[in-house]
Design a protein around this ligand. Structure first.
Ligand code: ADP
Length: 249
């Protein structure tokens, strides 16, 4: 089995000018995600989840460390050729219909017209929005927007899908639908990495999780093994609290 992601010693220190205090957002993160896994990155707000994704996507450079996507260094843009990404707050042009929005993205990656038609149809079906193809995004609920965002991330048929807080702002039904969609992606052979600050979002569907708090990796593995015996929710809260107190160097 191939390694989808390998990170070694990733560290990110944000420095916003000479007078502001440097912020250590990520310290010495090393982990591996295997091909075909659903991998959850779990941690409270400010844990460093988005920073990790931004580094993998090449939006920001790590202060230290290195990472590979399918054995290609992330400093090589080709490493991201097979990656689909849903940012935490994606920009969605709400005057476009769902279909127009996906067509725009198909054009951006140079998908020929007929292939684009086929792909857009498949994706709308996959995310359960086929009946809303001609509805403008401004009429969409939060859950529908998250799903069209995922469809956009999938337009190039990526092997690896990275979703930043895909369940944020969703009601219980929306969360359940999102979990089902993630399971469907796995059944199609894709590797899925997604972040959440809510344990129940990752509990039932992740093969493995990484728990991050204040930029530190507190544990990685099967959720029950990482958190240990007893109530998961309490164990998670205890673990994250235990990780606090180590202030930035
Ligand atoms: P998460 O996604 O887990 O909520 P982030 O990666 O967004 O965490 O943030 C980790 C830490 O880095 C937080 O303390 C956050 O305030 C800080 N941070 C994030 N982006 C910046 C930035 N551009 N400049 C300064 N600090 C930042």
């Amino acid at each position: 089995m191939r390694t989808a992601i390998r990170a070694v010693g990733l560290t990110k220190i944000y420095r916003n000018g000479p007078w502001s205090k440097p912020i250590v957002a990520l310290r010495d993160l090393s982990l591996e995600v295997m091909e075909g896994e659903i991998f959850g990155i779990l941690g409270p707000n400010g844990a460093g989840k988005t920073t990790t994704f931004k580094i993998l996507m090449g939006f920001i450079k790590p202060t230290k460390g290195e990472a590979w996507i399918f054995d290609r260094r992330i400093s090589d843009p080709l490493s991201r050729r097979g990656v689909g990404f849903l940012p935490e707050s994606p920009y969605l042009p709400d005057h476009l219909t769902a279909e127009e929005f996906l067509r725009l993205h198909a054009e951006l990656i140079g998908l020929p017209g007929r292939e684009a038609d086929k792909r857009i149809g498949e994706l709308l079906e996959m995310v359960g929005l086929e009946e809303f193809a001609s509805v403008r995004l401004k009429k969409f609920s939060r859950g529908m927007l998250q799903r069209i965002g995922i469809a956009q991330a999938l337009i190039g048929d990526p092997q690896l899908v990275i979703l930043d807080e895909p369940t944020s702002g969703l009601d219980p039904i929306g969360r359940k639908e999102m979990r089902e969609l993630i399971l469907r992606l796995k059944s199609e052979g894709k590797t899925v990495i997604y972040s959440s600050h809510i344990l129940s979002d990752v509990e039932s569907i992740c093969d493995r999780v990484a728990i991050l708090s204040k930029g530190r990796l507190l544990g990685v593995g099967r959720l029950e093994d990482v958190i240990g015996e007893g109530d998961l929710e309490e164990g998670f809260a205890r673990m994250v609290k235990g990780g606090e107190g180590d202030e930035a160097d």
